[in-house]
Design a protein around this ligand. Sequence first.
Ligand code: PLP
Length: 424
Amino acid sequence: MASQAILTRALWSAQAHMPTVLGQEIEIVGGDGSYVTTATGQRLLDATAGLWHANIGHGREELARAAYDQMKRLETYHVFGRFVNDTALGLADRLAAYSPFADAKVILTSGGSDSVDTACKLARRHWQLEGRTSKKIILSREYAYHGLHAYGTSIAGLKYNREGYGTESLIPETGLIDNSDINRVEAEVLRLGPENIAAIITEPVMGTGGVIPPVPGYLEGLQRLAAEHDILLIADEVITGFGRTGTMFACERYTFKPDLLLMAKGITSGYAPLGGVLVAPRIWQRFYEGFDAPIYRHGTTYSGHATACAVAMANLDILEKEGLIARAGELEMVLDRTLESVRSHELVVEVRVGGFLGGVELSQSVDGTAVVDFALAEGVILRLLRGHTLQISPPFVVTEDEINTIVEVILAGIQSQAKVTAAV
Ligand code: PLP
């Protein structure tokens, strides 16, 4: 018979083992700065910025006002065909000005997974129009996470996210490449045949795969292979965009030059669902010129949603006015320094920092979930990536003292596990 919890709760959570989650929900009802508050009144230090989204922190009145003002004037108007709305126009111009490559056009989307779909489809469409019709494969990296829409599922480098749908890849013509060894990537490109490859997609710093900064030479190697074999490059900056690595986009920091750059999360710091794709001239020109120019048959009702765009504008104002991108760069050094105490712990395999993003990889003998639960009881929200890496990605408004607290709690959590391990 169904339990009371099953009968009374309608919300089906994302990425959740429902029998475990039911009755154990952490219900968040408020947020301010680097903290969120639960329905039972507990104040939690948000060491992950939610799902890496709350760059400017929670509860900022300016964004609520921006949404209110926009909605009162015009909630939204679509951007299909001849119609546009003024706020989407303004935001697109601003994003194009931030672009790490010149003369970008901007497609606005409703979030990260939508940006992934938009870009992968566009890459394939590009080669069809070029007459190089065999170029269809989208290559992604082992452990990559590109959201969970059909394309994101098909190019997932985390196997558990792509399994169970009856075929190896929901969308055909995808492939995985090595995460760190560029020679193996090159071998795979040659094996598949560059004439069959449309694009390579990569996160500059891998997030959900375990916070993995690029090994020296890897991104440069992708750049070289793309140039040599006429393969498009897609940078997935859904996590790294809008300051997370101390520059507006990680592509600047790593001097990576993609043809398509994907955005979401930090574009509004989570205050409204929005994403986008920066498109290089090589791809957009064909769609813009000539009477017989093709149409990119893509878009959704909420592409360029005016209220989401107004919120993004206010978010970008705050990032600029408060110097939060430079601050994220400084906080990266603080985090790196503070994590020194964790690095040498015998139950820690590796500590990785790439931007204001940290990953603490725990030894397999440690129960990572127990460490996360320990931290929660101590008032700090952490998250486990790939089963054994702790995610640290606080809002850019976090203080140095709070970073200390996060690291102290992690150490204490690991220590508590050391006792359990010794007792077994
Ligand atoms: N790409 C990357 C690198 C991500 O980390 C995520 C989400 O975590 C996505 C894409 C998907 O974004 P969304 O969850 O907004 O669809």
